[in-house]
Write a protein that binds this ligand. Structure first.
Ligand SMILES: CC(C)(COP(=O)(O)OP(=O)(O)OC[C@H]1O[C@@H](n2cnc3c(N)ncnc32)[C@H](O)[C@@H]1OP(=O)(O)O)[C@@H](O)C(=O)NCCC(=O)NCCS
Length: 180
């Protein structure tokens, strides 16, 4: 992987060239669980994994694992939330990149896939939650068109701070944000 002295652009190209993308299935969902446990400070409920598997069986693009050299380095899980006759909202339940692989454009690629999915579904908006002190993620999402829709106190029962920002953006932005 990235050696000392390699430029940022070179590392980004390297990451882009060698990534393997797979839909999440019953056979590999354990890889998603292990990845999430290493990247996120919260443990996702089994009901979420079931929802992800159901969604992915119908639409493989909704949950993806990204690997480099056989190691999972990124994951994306989206859930379409239908609201009667209205256009669905897309919930981005998981979007994460392994710490050693950040800053190479993988997060941007994952978000681009979520945006494509939202467009395919005809979703009106997409949203996600970020822990209140997660400056890196806040910077990433606000640069890409998200804004704080609300603050939810005690969203993360076992974390400090426990509050989350709910970030939202239109699924299809006319003025395109910076998306890799
Ligand atoms: C938020 C997150 C997904 C971004 O992933 P990423 O692969 O680093 O994203 P990118 O490389 O596309 O963009 C990161 C930005 O930080 C910059 N950056 C440079 N070096 C970096 C580094 N070592 N680490 C992180 N970002 C770096 C990038 O240049 C880029 O800048 P830009 O926004 O001006 O384009 C990642 O930090 C992450 O997984 N965080 C933990 C999970 C999380 O908190 N998720 C939020 C709740 S869903």
């Amino acid at each position: 992987m990235a050696g000392v002295g390699r430029g940022h652009g070179e590392r980004r190209r390297e990451a882009m060239d060698e990534l393997e993308w797979r839909a999440v299935t019953r056979q590999n969902v354990h890889e998603l669980r292990a990845f999430n446990a290493g990247v996120f400070p919260v443990r996702f409920a089994e009901s979420l994994y079931q929802r992800v598997l159901d969604g992915c069986a119908a639409r493989p693009a909704s949950a993806q694992l990204v690997s480099h050299a056989r190691r999972v380095v990124g994951a994306l899980c989206c859930c379409a939330e239908e609201k009667g006759e209205r256009a669905p909202r897309l919930y981005v339940a998981v979007l994460g990149v392994a710490a050693a692989y950040r800053g190479r454009g993988i997060g941007g690629m994952l978000l681009s896939r979520a945006v494509e999915l939202a467009e395919q579904l005809g979703a009106e908006s997409m949203y996600l939650h970020v822990q209140q002190d997660n400056d890196e993620a806040m910077d990433f999402y606000t640069k890409r068109g998200f804004h704080v829709a609300k603050t939810i106190p005690n969203y993360y029962a076992r974390l400090e701070p426990s509050a989350a920002y709910e970030l939202q953006r239109s699924a299809c932005l006319v003025t395109s944000p910076i998306i890799n």
